[in-house]
Ligand binder design. Structure first.
Ligand code: HEM
Length: 476
């Protein structure tokens, strides 16, 4: 049994053993307390005192440094204040253009590839990542990397390597301590990828400065821009805001810009790729939910398969909202959140000593029978039930909550809806023919994956080591 997949089995084994209550584990001499119950999750996420991050976020320091995800205290506050305007409605509208255009190219790729492949089966995980990489590079840096077209880009290779390093280190006794890590090939790969990304970004920054100064460039954050007038103008990128931002009266240094753009690229593509991929998988295995989601699309677009969604149409996709919520409950893109305790403290009724690492296993709370009926079943309708009103809001926090919640939530939901809307209109989604075990089976402690079945891997973002095979049949 592969150590990586054994890890998921152990977690679900412990959860059953502890009846989905909070539990403690020791990793060597280090205590980790996992808070599964919503009232504890609420206490922790709402507290500014418990907002401190260290282990295992430090594994990301070589790349993300003190970017928004990994920064703490005063530094984090300054950065959060500086970055919040980058997600303003008017900027998101520019990002929507990028998502619409990218998803159009993505559908063409899927149509061609599914016809070519045996039984029309594709590994959605690897295909979706190509689309989310394109979206994130264009929205973060204002540059097209054409990952969908399969054109080799050294930026994409570098990001791929860096996204791979931290999860590899997380579960490895040899690679976790810096001193041992520096003797590994993985460390050399990391350093090479970082050097490439720094060099490429330095060039892009100069190109972008020139665009931002050009007369055709409009800062949509400053001017109310009529949607009709903006055809053909350069679209805003996250980088543009960083080029003009100031922290405590000073412009950002190259290192600060590098860290923030990198954070955006790291947090913004693997997470959305995971959510889109598992939503497709869940819809493929749940024909009733797929039919309802498809009918909603038909009500909005009739038989038009390629029409780009507008902001308003995205708001109207109410059932798709439920599908996304339910997908993130069963397959949370970020399965764990961690916090480090700097001063002994009481959490609800439990004393937690200094030096403890708190784990919030969102994946466990989402599968808890104390929070959800038939927790391993995919039932989007559960989120429209009236008895949900009595549930705790903290039994479902896929984007976290409180002061350190996900700043990219609206961005992510927009990208998810644009992509899923087009997928539903263009394709019928079906399980891979050799896969026998369905969604609920995957979370059974005795689950053993067979051919074309999921091998879930949890560190950092949720993935399947065997890919996520799904059959795509083009609708006529
Ligand atoms: C389905 C997609 C996504 C999910 C499920 C998700 C989930 C989360 C979660 C759970 C956190 C808290 C992490 C922690 O405390 O350790 C977080 C933080 C964050 N996310 Fe997301 N995220 C998604 C997409 C995005 C996107 C698209 C972006 C950027 C474009 C983004 C940027 C960030 C940043 C910068 C933080 C750190 C915020 C802070 O500490 O102030 N995320 N996200």
């Amino acid at each position: 049994m592969n150590l990586k997949t054994a890890y998921l089995r152990s977690i679900f084994g412990w959860l059953e053993q502890f009846n989905y209550k909070n539990f403690r584990v020791w990793v060597g001499p280090l205590p980790y307390i996992a808070f599964v119950e919503p009232k504890y999750v609420e206490h922790i996420l709402s507290s500014t005192q418990l907002a401190y991050k260290n282990d295992p976020y430090h594994l990301l320091y070589p790349w993300l440094g003190k970017g928004l995800l990994t920064a703490n205290d005063h530094e984090w506050m300054l950065r959060r204040k500086m970055i919040t305007p980058s997600f303003h409605f008017r900027i998101l509208r520019d990002f929507l253009h990028v998502m619409n255009e990218t998803s159009g190219r993505f559908m063409e790729l899927l149509a061609v590839e599914s016809k070519k492949s045996k039984d029309q089966v594709l590994d959605m995980q690897s295909y979706v990542t190509r689309s989310t990489i394109d979206v994130i590079c264009e929205t973060a840096m204002g540059t097209r990397v054409n990952s969908i077209e399969g054109e080799p880009s050294i930026i994409v290779e570098a990001i791929d390597t860096l996204c791979y390093v931290a999860p590899e280190r997380l579960l490895s006794v040899m690679k976790r301590p810096d001193i041992l890590f520096k003797c590994t090939r993985l460390y050399r790969q990391q350093e090479q990828a970082l050097a490439t990304l720094r060099k490429e970004l330095a060039q892009l920054i100069e190109q972008r400065r020139a665009i931002v100064k050009s007369p055709s460039y409009i800062n949509v954050e400053e001017v109310g821009q009529d949607e009709q007038l903006d055809v053909g103008r350069p679209k805003m990128a996250f980088l543009d805001n960083l080029l003009t931002a100031e922290v405590e009266g000073k412009p950002l240094t190259f290192q600060q810009i590098f860290e923030e753009v990198s954070t955006f690229m790291f947090e913004g593509h693997d997470t959305t790729a995971s959510a889109i991929t598992f939503a497709v998988y869940c819809l493929a295995w749940t024909p009733t939910a797929q039919q309802r989601a498809y009918e909603e699309q038909q009500q909005i677009y009739g038989s038009a398969k390629d029409t780009h969604p507008t902001f308003q149409e995205l708001q109207d996709m109410k059932y798709l909202d439920l599908v996304i919520k339910e997908t993130l409950r069963i397959f949370p893109s970020v399965p764990f959140i961690f916090r480090s305790v700097r001063k002994g403290t009481v959490i609800v009724d439990k004393f937690v000593p200094k030096g403890t690492t708190i784990v919030l296993p969102l994946v466990a709370t989402g599968h808890s029978p104390h929070c959800f009926k038939n927790p391993h079943e995919f039932q989007p309708e559960r989120f429209e039930m009236t008895d949900r009103n009595q549930a705790s809001a903290f039994d479902h926090v896929p984007f976290s909550a409180g002061p350190r919640n996900c700043i990219g939530q609206k961005f992510a939901l927009m990208e998810l809806k644009v992509t899923l809307s087009k997928l539903l209109r263009r394709f019928r989604l079906l399980p891979a023919p050799l896969a026998k075990q369905s969604i609920a089976d995957v979370f059974h402690p005795k689950y053993k994956p067979g051919e074309q079945e999921l091998k879930l891997y949890l560190p950092i973002t949720l993935k399947s080591l065997s890919g996520v095979p799904v059959r795509l049949e083009e609708r006529i």
